[in-house]
Write a protein that binds this ligand. Structure first.
Ligand SMILES: [Zn+2]
Length: 426
């Protein structure tokens, strides 16, 4: 019967999106597997371009693992007013996209990177999975401290696939990575919560954010992406270009999922990475995965002859350390950054900033008003807290956030050149 489906067990049933409607269907074959793209919701796209570009994504991802696990694969694309993320399944994915996603390079790249991310999950998460997620209990939360690996390393690979498939050039790839590095460095929570803690607490923290989240949490997606890059650089450099992180994920998939049919622990991953590096990674994992030591991005990028530059170093930006939105009488504080002047001097989330010394504050003039002071000056702010007007004195400090960029080393050594080439897939 054409419309009768057999589902072998409950896990597969709940992992299988079922849609009925008048979707537009694009069919193509990639990596020897029939693929379908099914389009739901008003949108505007070029089917030939989508076929061609998703073929590149599928083939680049498949090349990493040496085989494609599917007999058939479906991309369900739901179009709405704005992007809405994606979810991976055993042999399909559902992506929520802005209906105009295909019109501009940035949004089109976002679509392809999201497709690459969910496609990489076919191997990492849907097949090679943490021991704790092997047998799911649908009645309660399932905890694992490995989301940094499952989501972070996958996020690193969506970028690597975009580079290899030719959608990003080397500069775009590096700039995206440096944006993530800036982001982690500028998030005080990275010095409070480790990657394993962030993974374990995802149920109660990552998906339930509040005004203090940036002070107390780090995204296992963002920091996990960087961990992927640093490990990749370390493996390529210390093996003289013989191995890369690709060999680690390849080996783990084939050993744990294919051969031994069992789940993965964080220690298994560490051991496989150590084999590729040829030495212990105790310090690396203690500092960056189980611990909250600041990432030494400079050191690892240098392995590939890349010099990290902080564009903010030369700008004398000032700050009191808040995020805000416009309010009826000035600005309302939405976040107070840990260890900033606002934090140390008792400004609170929800306080309304009305004036600084003799001047009324608004969204447009706030930066200008602050920049009039010298670093170390104190300014008196008139605020409203809970409807009571009062004054608070704040020290004006230098804005310590970073904005990373890069330069290539002038005279790179042979090993640096080799590492860069292998990293870029040349
Ligand atoms: Zn994911």
């Amino acid at each position: 019967m054409k419309h009768a489906f057999y589902i072998p067990n409950y896990d597969i049933l709940v992992d299988s999106p079922i849609e009925i409607g008048n979707h537009e269907v694009i069919s193509f074959e990639a990596a020897g597997v029939p693929h379908e793209v099914v389009m739901y919701g008003a949108t505007d796209y070029n089917p030939e371009q989508i076929k061609r570009d998703l073929t590149k994504i599928v083939e680049s991802a498949t090349a990493i693992f040496g085989e494609n696990p599917n007999e058939k694969y479906i991309f369900f694309l739901h179009h709405g007013e704005r992007d809405a993320g994606g979810l991976e399944h055993m042999n399909s994915t559902v992506l929520g996209l802005s209906r105009w996603a295909y019109q501009y390079k940035n949004s089109y790249d976002h679509f392809l990177a999201l497709a690459a991310h969910e496609y990489f999950h076919l191997w990492m998460v849907k097949r090679l999975k943490p021991v704790e997620l092997e047998h799911l209990d649908y009645d309660r939360e399932n905890y694992t401290d490995m989301l940094w690996l499952m989501e972070g390393i996958t996020s690193y690979y969506d970028q690597k696939i975009m580079l290899r498939a030719g959608f990003y050039d080397e500069t775009e790839f590096l700039n995206n990575l440096l944006d993530e590095m800036s982001d982690v460095k500028n998030t005080p929570g990275s010095r409070v919560q480790s990657l394993t803690e962030a993974s374990f607490d995802a149920w109660i923290k990552y998906y339930r954010r509040d005004e203090n989240s940036n002070n107390s949490q780090i995204s296992y997606y963002t920091k996990g992406t960087i961990i992927g890059a640093l490990l990749d650089l370390k493996i390529i450099s210390s093996s003289g270009g013989k191995y890369s992180l690709d060999d680690v994920v390849y080996q783990l998939y084939h050993q744990f999922y294919k051969k031994e049919e069992k789940g993965l622990t964080g220690d298994d991953f560490k051991k496989a990475a150590e084999q590729a590096v040829g030495s212990s990674l105790d310090q690396f994992f203690d500092d960056y995965v189980y611990g909250t030591t600041d990432l030494d991005n400079e050191k690892y990028l240098k392995l590939a002859g890349i010099e990290l530059i902080d564009l903010n170093q030369t700008i004398n930006d000032k700050s009191i350390g808040i995020w805000y939105s416009a309010s009826a009488c000035g600005l309302e504080v939405s976040q107070v950054i840990r260890n900033s002047s606002a934090f140390d001097n008792g400004l609170n989330v929800g306080d309304e900033l009305i004036a600084v010394d003799d001047y009324r504050i608004n969204e447009e003039n706030f930066d200008q008003l602050i920049s009039r002071y010298k670093v170390g000056d104190r300014a008196t702010f008139t605020i409203s807290r809970n409807g009571i007007v009062r004054s608070i004195s704040l020290e004006i400090r230098k804005n310590t956030s970073v904005d990373y960029s890069f330069e290539m080393t002038k005279n790179p050594g042979k090993q640096q050149e080799k590492t860069y080439k292998v990293w870029m897939g040349k």
